[in-house]
Design a protein around this ligand. Structure first.
Ligand code: AMP
Length: 411
């Protein structure tokens, strides 16, 4: 299928061409036709599937030639909102649309001036949008289309009351599009309540990890995690590595340790202000920093091309966070690798993830890594790469539980 089969407006088709989008992604093929007709829609898709284009293109086309704030996109994080706004600007560059951004952490004054000057499409995070609603600096009464992007994450982050307020400020007669990586219960209930006869489109079956991502589980003792990460970072191909920790403090600690080991790093978490977050993303995107250490709060909405590896330094508590995290690699058809470090205490969480995925993640042990510490590395065998894996790894699925326990020597 071609974009010409999905949209007609030449100014949008030109922009799509200039962005280098040759053909629609599966979610775009499915979502654009019903969304163009004005249907409500529930889209199950993660970042990286082209979902932003899937809702922006039909909504922009429907709004062509109309003034006033007609389209509102709600996003959970500033980073995602800024990316959606950037995509909207790129796609509408040959139209006279103004795309506005209302996100926390940036000065109100500029946003108020922008809103006064008139925007046709507004991308917002819930908290800041409510600020503007309360001050009377934004008027949503003309909104014809509302997009809830990453609805699951917005609910996880506790934005339910804000979403309700926004819904109440928008006209009842409107088109609503809800996108979510997973259809957890809360999202399902919200979708049932606010969508009218929605079309359901799915980039991949719910909770399916991104295709093209090789997932590996590295059982390791807690005190050997840092040496294991440093060992992995020495392997070829580890060019742009996104490392997840569970807590902000953990992120800062790991960043300090990596820096001390001479690795170029940058950190992204909720404690950092807007300028620091942008700086961190820019450093990572430009290659100035090889490793980005991030927490889950910061991981949503990241859209950086070419991430080769995601490392879960800590197993996420929520299985769905795992799916989101590993969605950062293997983007837009590229292959990537998602590596998860698992200590004995985290086995339960891994089982939860595997239940959600519906399959087992391959267990791996590195032949050349000293799992016990103290320099007792097993000698590198002559041919480590028979498995075809990039790290000279050995799948340990064949090991007995006793062998695994011995390998881990947990105690
Ligand atoms: P998204 O899932 O919306 O975050 O998009 C992920 C990335 O894919 C972004 O960098 C988009 O610019 C890019 N993209 C979206 N649609 C297409 C397409 N049809 N062909 C190629 N790249 C695309």
């Amino acid at each position: 299928m071609r974009f010409e089969d999905l949209i007609q407006a030449p100014e949008l088709l030109d922009a799509v061409r200039e962005l280098g989008w040759r053909q629609p992604t599966p979610i775009q093929e499915q979502a654009i036709p019903p969304a163009r007709q004005g249907r409500d829609l529930v889209g199950i898709a993660q970042t990286g599937t082209g979902k932003t284009g899937a809702f922006l293109l039909p909504l922009l086309e429907r709004q062509l030639g109309q003034d006033g704030l007609r389209t509102l996109v709600l996003c959970p994080t500033r980073e995602l909102a800024q990316q959606v706004a950037a995509d909207a600007r790129a796609l509408s560059r040959h139209t006279d649309f103004w795309v506005g951004e209302v996100v926390g952490g940036l000065p109100m004054g500029k946003q108020i001036r922008e809103l006064r000057a008139g925007v046709e499409l507004l991308v917002a995070t819930p908290g800041r949008l409510i600020d503007h609603l309360q001050r009377g600096t934004v008027d949503l009464s003309g909104v014809r289309a509302l997009v809830l992007d990453e609805a699951d994450r917005m609910l996880d982050m506790g934005f339910r009351p804000q979403i309700e307020q926004v819904l109440a400020a928008c006209p009842r007669q409107r088109q609503t599009l809800l996108f979510s990586a997973t259809m957890a219960n809360g999202v399902h209930a919200l979708a049932l309540r606010i969508l009218r006869d929605p079309v359901r489109v799915e980039a991949a079956p719910s909770a399916t990890a991104a295709a093209g991502v090789e997932q590996l589980l590295y059982p390791v003792r807690p005190e050997r995690k840092l040496p294991l990460l440093l060992h992995l970072l020495e392997q070829p191909g580890m060019d742009q590595v996104l490392v997840f920790t569970r807590t902000r403090r953990g992120a800062d600690r790991l960043a300090t340790q990596l820096e001390a080991a001479g690795v170029s790093i940058t950190v992204l978490h909720g404690d950092r202000d807007m300028g620091e977050r942008r700086g961190a993303l820019d450093a990572f995107a430009s290659g100035a920093a090889r490793v980005l250490v991030a927490t889950d709060v910061a991981q949503r909405g990241l859209d950086i091309e070419g991430i080769s590896h995601v490392v879960n330094y800590d197993v996420p508590l929520d299985p769905e966070d795992y799916v989101h995290r590993i969605g950062r690699t293997g983007r837009a058809g590229a292959t990537g690798q998602a590596v998860t470090f698992q200590t004995a205490a985290e086995l339960g969480q891994v089982r939860g993830i595997e239940r959600l995925l519906g399959y087992r993640i391959a267990r791996v042990s590195l032949q050349a890594f000293d799992y016990a510490g103290g320099g007792a590395a097993r000698p590198e065998p002559a041919r480590t790469n028979r498995s075809g894996s990039r790290f000279g790894t050995r799948r340990t699925d064949a090991l007995s539980p006793e062998q695994l326990a011995e390998l881990l020597r947990v105690g």
